[in-house]
Every structure is written in structure tokens, then in C-alpha cells.
Design a protein around this ligand. Structure first.
Ligand SMILES: Nc1ncnc2c1ncn2[C@@H]1O[C@H](COP(=O)(O)OP(=O)(O)OP(=O)(O)O)[C@@H](O)[C@H]1O
Length: 364
């Protein structure tokens, strides 16, 4: 039977600065070999959460458990250096006066010289830098230094790795390769990983599970596919992609819009709702002598819009429309190249199965 004790568990962590709750009742469980991404906008409390787990910041309340053992609450506290937690931050700074081998061996305590050398060799081979074993940090490129930092963090076989935007200092070409390599090593070592990022792409690429954080709270948690396809609110949609929004009022569990009626089950009459959809879920039709496609059950009614501008984005084209019904702008993406001239009249329909209906929380 598989061991079900989480490698890392945090329970109801809270931390305030100057009376403001920066981390507000955050709980998480991470299994061995699992990568969880704490994803959220700048200032939402991600780094503070990580710093509390690392032990360099003290929580106001809440508990931290490793492998079923309490390591920190408000009275009991194992110091950072005894937590067996690896850290990798963006400013990973190697020790400039130490060789690459000594940098990697830095955290290896209580081992013979030969065992240390063997572990250092193994890790440098893994990150493909064995040839630099006796070199110094200033002789390496940024990406190579980052890989040495990774080897250094992994050397003591930490049970948990905390990573705070570890790849953001790298250029795009290097980043993908290093991310994948890092992930492979961490999986092989069965390390539980908590990675902080504000980039949805990075989270989707790295995570087994995403914890979406906002204003100090985790607002949604799950596999990347579930978080993306079943967002909890309008802001959760907008965090991952552009989002189009139609505001409507509910009558008889239906919301009437220029694109036809949408089901709003259980929503009381008179409630304002937002119908939210991503740009890739809009269909475009050409104008046929002043008319669009006929309404269908799956796509509803077509609404007329005028192309404002169209841009080629690489894998897709982004077309912005000004809609006839209220002059608002809708964004539509189309695979490959589709660049209609501005001023072109077209008809839009929305993929109803891809729409989200949320109770409106704020003025439009
Ligand atoms: N020691 C501190 N004293 C006062 N305020 C702090 C302290 N540390 C963090 N904060 C505040 O707490 C909030 C959350 O900071 P935190 O670094 O956790 O956010 P973050 O989500 O990691 O953001 P970023 O991605 O920009 O680093 C910020 O408003 C920050 O100014």
C-alpha cells in the first residue's frame, strides 16, 4: 500500500504585517515526488508562505508538518538548518571564492571526502556540468550557474524543495530546458516541491497541482487542467488568459444576452451575473448580406461586430471586435493566420459549453 502521509503539510498558516493579513489561513499538503505551484499575482503572500516553511519567517499561528512530524507551531520550532528543506531562489548566488565542487558540497555534512566527491560528481553529471567541477562561478554563464545552484540545493537530498521564481532570471531559450531538467531530477529523488511563481505558463508546465493564491488566501487548488477548465470565479479565468465578460440580469434562472440566453440554475431573479469566456471559444462568421449564421442550441445567437484590429501572435491570431450591441470590445483568438482588415463586419457566436456563469461581485 502506498504511504499516504504527506511529505509537507501546512495547516492554517497566518502572518500579518502592520495589522494586514498577508498570509490568511493557508493550508496545503504535498506528497513525495509531487510538485505544487503556489501561483498568484505579485504581493499576494506567496514568498511569505515559503519563508515560513523554510523557517526564516515566523508565523502568527498555524502548523508545519514534515512526514507526519510537527516541525513548527507557535511554541515549538525546529531551526531552519535542521529542517532538511532545500531552497532555491532567483538570486541563487553561488559562493564566488569556492570552486564549483565546493559549492555543490557545501551542504554535505558528516560524509567522508570520497563520499562527498562521489555525490558532487553524480549531481554535476546530472546537470551536465561535470567538466566545470574544478572551475569557479565567474567562469560560468548565468544558466550554468543556475544549474550548479540546483545541484547544490539537491546534494543533501532534501525531502522538500522550496523554489521561489527560480527560473525568472533566465532567458526564454535556456529556461525551458532547465525547468524540464530540474523537474526530472526532483522527480527521480522523490522530493516534494513547492514552487512559487506569478506566471501561469510556468505553473501549467511544472505543476502536478496548482494552488491559486490571492490576497493571502488560496482561492482554488487542483490539477492544472481542472483549475484552468473549472475556474472558481471571474478573476481565476482572467489570471490564465484574456477573458471576455457579458453582464446580464437573471430572470427565471436564465440570463438574457445579445448572444442568446444562458442557464443560471439556482440564481435568484434580479441577480446580476457575469458570463465569462476565453477568446479561443468564440466562433467567427462572415457577414452574408447583413445576416449571420442561424441560431443553434449549442452556439446560441450570433451578434454582429466590427474588426478593430488583428495581430499575428505566432501560433494564433488575436482579433479585437467592437460589438454593435453596446460598443464594448471582445477578444477572439483564431489558430494560425487570420488577419481581417479593420472595419470588416463579422458575426460572433460563443461556445456555450465553454462559458462560465458567475454572480457579479463588482461594478462592470
Ligand atoms: N517583513 C515584512 N514587513 C512588512 N511587510 C511585508 C514583509 N514581508 C512581506 N511584506 C508584505 O507582504 C505582502 C506579501 O509579500 P510576499 O513577498 O509574500 O508576496 P509575493 O506574493 O511573494 O509577491 P512577489 O511575487 O512580488 O514576491 C507584500 O505586500 C509585502 O510588502
Amino acid at each position: 500500500m502506498q504511504d499516504q502521509t504527506p511529505r509537507l503539510e501546512i495547516k492554517h498558516l497566518r502572518r500579518s504585517f502592520n495589522g494586514r493579513a498577508v498570509v490568511d489561513d493557508v493550508s496545503l499538503r504535498i506528497m513525495p515526488g509531487q510538485v505544487t505551484c503556489l501561483l498568484g499575482p505579485s504581493g499576494c503572500g506567496k514568498s511569505t508562505t515559503l519563508r515560513m516553511i523554510a523557517g526564516v519567517e515566523m508565523q502568527d499561528s498555524g502548523e508545519i508538518w514534515v512526514d507526519g512530524r510537527l516541525i513548527c507551531d507557535t511554541v515549538f520550532r525546529i531551526p531552519p538548518e535542521r529542517r532538511e528543506i532545500g531552497l532555491m531562489f532567483q538570486d541563487f548566488a553561488l559562493f564566488p571564492h569556492l570552486s564549483v565542487a565546493d559549492n555543490v558540497a557545501f551542504g554535505l555534512k558528516g560524509m567522508s571526502r570520497a563520499d562527498k566527491r562521489a555525490r558532487v560528481t553524480e549531481l554535476l553529471e546530472r546537470v551536465d556540468l561535470l567538466r566545470f567541477i574544478d572551475g569557479y562561478p565567474h567562469q560560468l554563464s548565468g544558466g550554468e550557474q543556475q544549474r550548479v545552484a540546483l545541484a547544490r540545493a539537491l546534494a543533501p537530498r532534501p525531502r522538500i524543495m522550496l523554489m521561489d521564481e527560480p527560473f525568472s532570471g533566465l532567458d526564454n531559450r535556456l529556461r525551458d530546458g532547465i525547468r524540464d531538467e530540474t523537474l526530472n531530477i526532483l522527480k527521480d529523488e522523490d522530493t516534494a516541491v513547492l514552487l512559487v511563481t506569478h506566471e501561469p505558463d510556468e505553473a501549467m508546465r511544472m505543476a502536478d497541482e496548482i494552488a491559486l493564491m490571492r490576497d493571502g488566501k488560496i482561492v482554488q487548488q487542483g490539477a492544472p487542467y481542472n483549475v484552468y477548465t473549472r475556474p472558481v470565479d471571474r478573476a481565476a479565468v482572467a489570471f490564465f488568459s484574456d477573458a471576455n465578460v457579458l453582464r446580464a440580469t437573471v430572470t427565471g434562472a436564465l440570463a438574457q444576452t445579445p448572444f442568446g440566453r444562458f442557464l443560471a440554475p439556482g440564481v435568484p431573479d434580479g441577480t446580476q451575473v457575469d458570463i465569462v469566456f476565453r477568446p479561443q471559444h468564440v466562433r467567427i462568421d462572415f457577414d452574408r448580406a447583413g445576416a449571420g449564421p442561424k441560431p443553434t442550441a449549442s452556439d446560441g445567437t450570433a451578434a454582429r461586430g466590427v474588426v478593430q484590429r488583428a495581430r499575428f501572435m505566432g501560433n494564433e491570431s488575436l482579433v479585437e471586435f467592437v460589438m454593435d450591441y453596446d460598443g464594448s470590445t471582445l477578444k477572439v483568438t483564431v489558430p494560425n493566420v487570420f488577419l481581417p482588415k479593420s472595419g470588416t463586419v463579422m458575426w460572433l457566436t460563443i461556445r456555450r459549453d465553454k462559458c462560465f456563469v458567475f454572480t457579479a461581485k463588482d461594478p462592470h
